[in-house]
Design a protein around this ligand. Structure first.
Ligand SMILES: NC(=O)c1ccc[n+]([C@@H]2O[C@H](COP(=O)([O-])OP(=O)(O)OC[C@H]3O[C@@H](n4cnc5c(N)ncnc54)[C@H](O)[C@@H]3O)[C@@H](O)[C@H]2O)c1
Ligand SMILES: CC(C)CCC[C@@H](C)[C@H]1CC[C@H]2C3=C(CC[C@]12C)[C@@]1(C)CC[C@H](O)[C@@H](C(=O)O)[C@@H]1CC3
Length: 291
């Protein structure tokens, strides 16, 4: 449902028991105002509309990045505090959104909420991760490995993310431990970031990245480029591919524990990373490298 207007939402929600709130502008958007309007004020409108329409359960699609500050997270649990300096404005508004949804949990009034925090979602025909990767490779910018190439990251197949949402909805009832809590949902198979990207690229007939660059060198170069882009904005518009945020995502460990989801809602990934990569690569014949 692509609306943020409460008067539109209420009639659409009449008779509904569970709302899955997945709406967000794409993280790559530059529109700060839109992030705020959709992820924060839009979420408040959704909660209000749910209450007015008598919806009892809300499952929010949050993001594991709400605790990521651009430095290593290894097997991070849900007890990690929210990032004080989130990696971008999208994530800043995901934090506001998650706080709003979890804060609205009120079993006494029969209004139950839970947040799912996936990480690095991918899957067949997704318009984000693989297309961005291929576009970067086509521009000849996927030749380099940032850092030592060993940093482990979670990438989560879309079907496992959906499974986590359904389990959360089914587990949401009065006295359940899931009420008002956040849950990491990943493939539970952390993989070296550069190995994952290489497998997707090679699967689509592109060369994998080969040459190593020191992490800090690339990070500060990206920072410099971003500052330059900001300074030159009134004269020329250019959008650097390697932003500090992308460099941090590419060069640090960021993988999360699913222990809480396993214990409280019986979560297990349904599709392995091998199967997931295979299915995803097969779904993009148009992105395959031409001979
Ligand atoms: N893609 C990832 O790696 C990832 C990881 C963690 C969390 N998430 C979260 O998953 C959810 C789904 O994202 P996705 O990556 O599948 O992208 P998506 O584009 O498939 O889904 C985003 C949804 O938001 C709606 N939307 C966008 N702009 C809107 C607006 N202005 N007003 C109302 N609705 C609007 C779209 O209609 C769409 O249904 C988001 O909440 C996102 O923050 C994504
Ligand atoms: C230019 C290259 C160095 C990197 C190219 C790959 C990137 C397009 C993706 C690899 C990891 C992805 C990722 C996100 C965006 C796309 C990547 C950087 C998110 C930041 C998108 C927003 C989500 O909420 C984040 C999450 O917590 O899952 C994603 C983290 C991984």
């Amino acid at each position: 449902m692509a609306t943020r207007s409460r008067p539109d939402l209420v009639p659409a929600l009449e008779g509904v028991t569970v709302v899955f709130h997945c709406a967000s502008p794409a993280p790559s958007s530059n529109n700060k105002e839109l992030f705020y309007r959709v992820n924060y004020t839009g979420t408040k409108a959704v909660i209000q509309a749910c209450k007015e329409a008598g919806v009892q359960k809300v499952v929010l699609t949050s993001s594991a990045s709400v605790v990521f500050e651009g430095t290593d997270v290894k097997d991070g649990t849900e007890d990690l505090p929210y990032a004080k300096k989130p990696i971008d404005y999208y994530t800043e508004t995901k934090i506001l959104q998650e706080k709003e949804v979890l804060g609205a949990n009120n079993p006494d009034e029969n209004f139950l909420t839970v947040a799912i925090r996936p990480h690095g979602i991918f899957g067949p025909r997704d318009p984000q991760l693989v297309p961005i990767l291929v576009e970067t490779a086509r521009k000849g910018k996927m030749k380099f490995i940032i850092g030592d190439g060993k940093n482990l990251v979670d990438f989560t197949y879309v079907e496992n993310v959906v499974h986590g949402h359904i389990l959360a909805a089914e587990s949401l009832h009065k006295n359940s431990p899931v009420c008002g809590k956040a849950y990491h949902i990943t493939n539970d198979e952390p993989v070296p970031f550069w190995e994952f990207l290489s497998r997707v690229l090679v699967g689509l007939d592109y060369e994998p990245p080969r040459y190593r660059l020191p992490y800090l060198l690339v990070y500060y170069l990206a920072l410099l480029l971003s500052l330059l882009a900001l300074l030159l904005k009134p004269f020329i518009a250019f959008k650097p591919t390697f932003t500090p945020m992308r460099v941090a995502l590419a060069g640090t460990h960021h993988y999360y524990s699913c222990k809480r989801a396993k214990e409280d809602m019986g979560y297990r990934p349904l599709v392995s990373l091998d199967q997931a990569i295979e299915r995803t690569v097969q779904s993009y014949p148009q992105l395959r490298r031409a001979e």
